[in-house]
Design a protein around this ligand. Structure first.
Ligand SMILES: N[C@@H](CCC(=O)N[C@@H](CS)C(=O)NCC(=O)O)C(=O)O
Length: 216
């Protein structure tokens, strides 16, 4: 199985940590999106949307990190019903958290920070900042009365959301006042195999790249 990825990319890191959790080995092909390597014709034949991550497993070329994570557990994760429950109720809660991540949390981070990072707007949007804080408020309440985002166990939703949250932090978002999120981070980072090698190293590289970019 091959993964087209980048260490800076939060969804790529989520897929890699899921594979690590399942004990799967992936052939890693690094795509430098800042150099536009995802825009080549060769890459377009793998993913017409020109985005990473992409998993190639035989004839299957699969985009969207959350779809990839579900596929990996469904196909290769025998006896891993904890990380993605097979009962409808448990799975619904994981789906809920994954949809919250892509539709609200990651989206609000992207909408607030990308114009600042890529210098597209002169003034940061106060309205989008409120939306970002609202999303973190929802996450904080999600982990107020349960240890993980979808219940009592670590699931792929935690793996996806931890990459989103740590990316927001790298962009400069202050998460300290979200007390339940802070406690959840401490639980999640020790529960995910390969967290340090994959997520921490990726975040450190991202921070270095961002500070270089800020200096330009
Ligand atoms: N929802 C997608 C997001 C994919 C995505 O936006 N990938 C970024 C890197 S994190 C990318 O490939 N950007 C290159 C571009 O937009 O040209 C997922 O979770 O896989």
């Amino acid at each position: 199985m091959e993964l087209y990825y980048n260490q800076f990319s939060p969804p790529s890191r989520a897929v890699r940590m899921t594979a690590e959790y399942l004990g799967l080995s992936l052939k890693l092909n690094c795509i430098d999106t800042l150099k536009g390597e995802q825009l080549t014709q060769e890459f377009e034949t793998i993913n017409s949307a020109k985005k990473i991550p992409i998993l190639v497993d035989g004839d299957l070329k699969l985009a969207e990190s959350r779809a990839i994570m579900i596929y990996l557990v469904d196909k290769y994760g025998k006896n891993n019903s904890r990380i993605l429950p097979s009962d409808p109720c448990g799975r619904a809660l994981v789906n809920l958290a994954l949809h919250f991540d892509i539709g609200k949390l990651f989206r609000s981070i992207e909408q607030y920070y990308f114009p600042i990072i890529f210098k597209l707007e002169e003034t940061p949007s106060a309205e989008r900042y409120e939306k970002l804080k609202e999303a973190f408020g929802i996450l904080d309440r999600m982990v107020e009365s349960q240890d993980y985002v979808a219940g009592r166990n670590l699931t792929i939703a935690d793996i996806s959301i931890i990459t989103t949250v740590t990316t927001a932090e790298a962009f400069g978002f202050n998460i300290i006042k979200y007390k339940n999120v802070m406690k959840w981070i401490d639980r999640v980072k020790v529960a995910i195999p390969g967290y340090k090698k994959i997520n921490v190293e990726g975040i450190e590289m991202l921070k270095k790249r961002l500070s270089g970019q800020m200096e330009n």
